[in-house]
Write a protein that binds this ligand. Structure first.
Ligand code: BES
Ligand code: MN
Ligand code: ZN
Length: 510
């Protein structure tokens, strides 16, 4: 991954392939002209104060995501200046929005693939900006080329930006150093979550995923327990076994326990980890199964968040539950019409084997409930319906507690992950009434994302605060890269979970 340093160096003498500067649309009082953002004064000075004018000549507007390259001024060691748009200039007393900085840094880092070193001369007003720029660089520089060989690798595979110096960052300031270390921990784990999502399902089986979790847990002092299919059978995990029954690759339930000796709160994160979702006997048609390796993105996010919390050393206990199974059709697969006896003891009539996520999550939610954590958050690529409702960049937040739902929504917005609250309308529950079992795994088609949420709610023990993040939209980017988000696995929800853990550790939550 890109190496990051805080640097007090001056731009002109820097040995680098490029210097990144920020440009914004001037606020109305300044007649809407392009403005060079703070941090780039030395660069602008070397152009005799004409940088904004030069960029305007080149067609720059300061819009978010915009990138303009120009030759560096005479006397600079670096040959290139890269200007990235930051959107509207903030008002008098406000600083640049952290998400605008994160995105701009990401755009620049992505454009600088193939370069060895770049200096980032973006506005650094406080440690929040340091963290945001660092995250943007590390997330934007991400590339997944593990499966490209020979010619394909040479053609497409420019190596990620090697090194980034954050100018204006103070290497001796504790807050700046902490912000950088936090950003590195979160971004490295988030990028690992992306790797897991992008890894093809013939290689990332439940067993392989569990092995990755075991190795990481060992490295970071996290306790780990893996239930294999034998242990799941013995324990009565009917949901996970039912879903995983059709595959040669047997299911696993992984429990990761990060504990801090002074913690007084306990969070449980539960992730849907369907390593491939073919739909099972209710097989998905072509056109709907090509990206279904992403159906373990919830488990990947939970895994990344627990490891990041451990690396940062948060004063809160966090347990991660990864419900891992492959949903395949075969002679041993669960059938539409089967009844499963779940870990909670409830029975479920499986009407559609493609509604499998809620079945594995139900067992993991019940297992998480047994430890009586202060709150449970599950993360899942659960429904196409949520994607229809919110599009491909926003995840839905449902909860059995209004304040907790709001807290999650706010945490998500704060870290730059678009999210939106969704209801759990009681009237949709009766659509899941079954004539043979306690509940069916399908209900009304309309509001399918909410129906799935209502199903999950039944497997959270009474009295436990719970929220559900349906990340089916933003988990996998089928379009082009934007901001710091690459094509493919995005790592969505990792930063929201880490933020929630931080707020809980700081006692700023319930
Ligand atoms: N994994 C899918 C949901 C999904 C769809 C995730 C598109 C990402 C992109 C889930 O298991 C599923 O198949 N859900 C069904 C539920 C239905 C059968 C009740 C759906 O949404 O169609
Ligand atoms: Mn499915
Ligand atoms: Zn699924």
């Amino acid at each position: 991954m890109t190496a990051l340093t805080l640097s007090t160096a001056a731009a002109p003498g820097l040995r680098a392939d490029a210097i990144v500067v920020g440009v914004a649309k001037g606020s109305a009082s300044k007649s809407g002209d392009l403005v060079v953002a703070p941090g780039a004064e030395a660069v602008d000075h070397a152009y005799d104060g004409r940088l904004a004018g030069l960029l305007e000549t080149l067609g720059a507007s300061g819009a978010e995501g915009e990138l303009t390259k120009l030759p560096a001024p005479a006397g600079f060691k670096a040959p290139l200046v890269v200007a990235v748009g930051l959107g509207a200039e903030p008002g008098e007393d406000a600083g640049y929005d952290t998400e605008a900085l994160r995105r701009a840094a990401g755009v620049a880092a992505r454009a600088l693939a193939g370069s060895k070193k770049a200096a980032f001369a973006l506005p650094v007003e406080d440690s929040g900006a340091v963290g945001a720029i660092a995250e943007g660089v590390l997330l934007g520089a991400y590339a997944f080329d593990a499966y490209k060989e020979g010619d394909a690798k040479a053609k497409n595979g420019k190596a990620p930006l090697g090194e980034a110096a954050l100018l204006g960052g103070k290497p001796r300031d504790a807050a700046h150093k902490d912000a950088l270390a936090r950003a590195v921990a979160v971004a490295e784990e988030l990028n690992r979550a992306r790797d897991l999502v992008n890894t093809p399902p013939n290689d990332l089986t439940p067993e392989a995923f569990a092995a990755v979790a075991q190795a990481a847990a060992k490295e970071h002092g996290i306790k780990v327990q893996v239930l294999d299919d034998k242990a799941l059978t013995k324990g009565g995990y009917g949901g996970i076994l039912g879903v995983g029954g059709g595959s040669e690759a047997k299911p696993r339930l992984v429990k990761l326990s990060y504990t801090h000796p002074e913690a007084d709160k306990h969070l449980a994160f539960v992730g849907k980890g369907i390593t491939y979702d073919s739909g099972g006997i209710s097989l998905k048609p072509a056109g709907h199964n090509e990206t279904m390796k992403c159906d373990m993105a919830g488990a990947a996010a939970v895994f990344a968040a627990v490891v990041a919390a451990a690396r940062i050393g948060l004063k809160v206990n966090v347990t991660g539950w990864l419900a891992l199974a492959e949903n395949m059709p075969s002679g041993s697969a669960v059938r539409p019409g089967d009844v499963l006896r779940m870990f909670s003891g409830k029975t479920v009539e499986v009407l559609n084997t493609d509604a499998e996520g809620r079945l594995v999550l139900a067992d993991a939610l019940w297992a998480a409930s047994a430890e009586e954590p202060d709150a449970i958050v599950d993360v899942a690529t659960l429904t196409g319906a949520m994607m229809l409702a919110l599009g491909s960049r926003t995840f839905g937040v449902m909860a059995n507690d209004d304040a907790f739902r709001t807290a999650l929504h706010e945490a998500a917005e704060e870290v730059g992950e678009p999210a939106w609250p969704m209801p759990l309308p009681e009237h949709l529950r009766k659509g899941m009434d079954s004539s043979v079992a306690d509940i069916a795994n399908m209900g009304e088609r309309m509001g399918g994302g909410l129906v799935a949420g209502l199903f999950l709610r039944e497997f959270v023990a009474d009295g436990i605060t719970w929220a559900h993040l349906d990340i089916a939209g933003p988990a996998f980017n089928e379009g082009g890269a934007f901001g710091y988000t690459p094509k493919g696995g995005t790592g969505t929800a990792v930063r929201t979970l880490v933020r929630l853990a931080e707020l809980t550790a700081a006692g700023e939550l319930g």
